[in-house]
Design a protein around this ligand. Structure first.
Ligand SMILES: C[S@@+](CC[C@H](N)C(=O)[O-])C[C@H]1O[C@@H](n2cnc3c(N)ncnc32)[C@H](O)[C@@H]1O
Length: 321
């Protein structure tokens, strides 16, 4: 497949930074938990020697068929599974890949998903109000907004969208759906536009669609569970690399890393920790890595990306100070 054709699906974000953190053992076993168009996977494969393996996971059947076509003609050590990455530990064990050397998550939606009106991810493209990454999942965003209570809708918009006008928008949605169910992206966008007037409307639209996407795909629950599972199936020295696109995801990653870092209370100057709080992870990115101006110019969707990486510590090994 030509490069331009691959970029039509998705342009990988923080490509070299992510793979630099991830691949430390060229003969290792890696998981791309959000394979999408295979941009990161192509670079991981390039850095592996013939004994290395990549397992690519995606819950979207269109992504899996795309990467099958992209890499199908090549002799690559790539295994593909259509699933939720919240099944990471089971899948890796079933395939005999444990212990793993690294897991990568490039969260959120691909450009392919965003640009297809029939998937309903974009508020400025008319289409069914769907927003599911996995088309077998229930409910769709339309079913959700037409059935949940006003209180629950307000909570979703507030917690997952951090939308200040959550209460007014939830009320307006209930009034609108009492007349006729909300079926399309435009119908929902019109309700938001009529409620939040003025210069903030574009941001509110983005936040409302983000909130519904998170709720429909249960994104935060999957991420929390997958991070915990990755720690179980990584080998000591194995890496976790996460690229997040909004503060809710990034906060989960940051606090997971923090909770699992050594919390050593040994007196200063002691060469080896003996306090018995060695932790399970060493954080490799003290601050999130952000894309540079040049990457953002080439690919504006990289704008909000934040990458964090950590390494699994040797079990029960006290952390060196
Ligand atoms: C930003 S794209 C990944 C792009 C990819 N890194 C590339 O370079 O082409 C995110 C992908 O993750 C998938 N995804 C999101 N949540 C998922 C989940 N819980 N389980 C499996 N796949 C998921 C989406 O379907 C989408 O294809």
């Amino acid at each position: 497949m030509a490069r331009s054709e691959c970029e039509e699906f998705h342009v990988p974000v923080l490509l070299h930074e992510a793979v630099d953190f991830l691949v430390w053992n060229p003969g290792g076993r890696y998981v791309d938990a959000t394979i999408g168009g295979g941009g990161h996977t192509a670079e991981i494969l390039r850095r592996l020697d013939p004994s290395g393996v990549v397992l690519g996971i995606d819950c979207d059947p269109e992504a899996i068929s795309w990467v099958r076509r992209r890499f199908g003609g090549e002799r690559t050590p790539l295994r593909l599974v259509r699933a939720n990455y919240a099944e990471l530990a089971r899948i890796s064990r079933d395939l005999g890949l444990v212990p793993l050397d690294g897991v990568l998550w490039d969260l959120g939606v691909s450009s392919w998903q965003l640009n297809r009106p029939e998937r309903g991810f974009s508020f400025d493209r008319e289409g069914p109000l769907d927003l599911r990454m996995n088309p077998d999942l229930e409910p769709t965003a339309s079913a959700l907004v037409n059935t949940v209570s006003e209180e629950e809708l307000r909570r979703i918009l507030w917690e997952y969208g951090e939308e200040r006008e959550a209460r007014r928008i939830a009320r307006a949605i209930l009034e609108r759906r009492a007349r006729r169910p909300i079926a399309t992206t435009r119908e929902l966008a019109d309700v938001v536009r009529a409620t939040v007037r003025g210069p903030h409307v574009a941001k509110s639209l983005a936040r409302v669609f983000q909130a519904l996407r998170i709720a429909v795909n249960r994104e935060l629950e999957s991420l929390r569970s997958a991070l915990e599972q990755a720690l179980e199936v990584l080998r000591p020295g194995g890496r976790m690399v996460v690229i997040a696109y909004h503060s809710l995801e990034d906060r989960i990653v940051k606090s997971f890393f923090r909770e699992n870092e050594p919390r050593c209370i040994c007196p200063p100057g002691v060469p080896i920790c003996t306090c018995g709080r060695p932790g399970r992870l060493r954080v490799l990115t003290r601050h999130a890595v952000r894309p540079g101006a040049e990457e953002i110019r080439r690919n504006p969707r990289a704008r909000s990306a934040r990458l964090r990486a950590a390494e699994k510590l040797v079990e029960d090994e006290p952390a060196s100070l």
